[in-house]
Design a protein around this ligand. Sequence first.
Ligand code: AMP
Length: 141
Amino acid sequence: MTYDKDNIFAKILRGEMPAVKVYEDDQTLAFMDVMPQSPGHVLVIPKTEAEDLFDLELKAGTAVLRTSQRVAQVVQEVFQADGIMINQFNGPAAGQTVFHYHVHIVPRYEDVPLRRHSGDMEDIAVLEEQAAKIRQALGES
Ligand code: AMP
């Protein structure tokens, strides 16, 4: 499959679609998942075109890992999570629905089940409030 330049995350990167951003640098962008599986669910993407893991340059992958580590640390603190789940799906059979490489950062709690993947839309005001807390803890606001 060739990279589709009109996928949602490519549009977010070009500023053609809104996103509730928490962190950005020259190589990566992190923003709130609009259908969170748990409060504080963040996505991290490279700014380079890559459909999935197999398509990802290692330099971009390293940058995504660096951002994911930093954001995950802060998300764990802000949402007082018992643990952080990092997910990354490759191909529809694995659950991938947006074909621009991305890492999920999902807070987890003892004995609390996850909400459905790509399930219910969260209120944007709630996501904005959560993002503000993450940005503040990151020193980005
Ligand atoms: P995946 O199934 O790994 O491809 O995950 C795609 C994720 O993107 C899902 O968790 C969706 O809830 C999320 N998502 C889809 N559209 C948007 C959007 N416009 N802004 C933020 N997150 C999105």
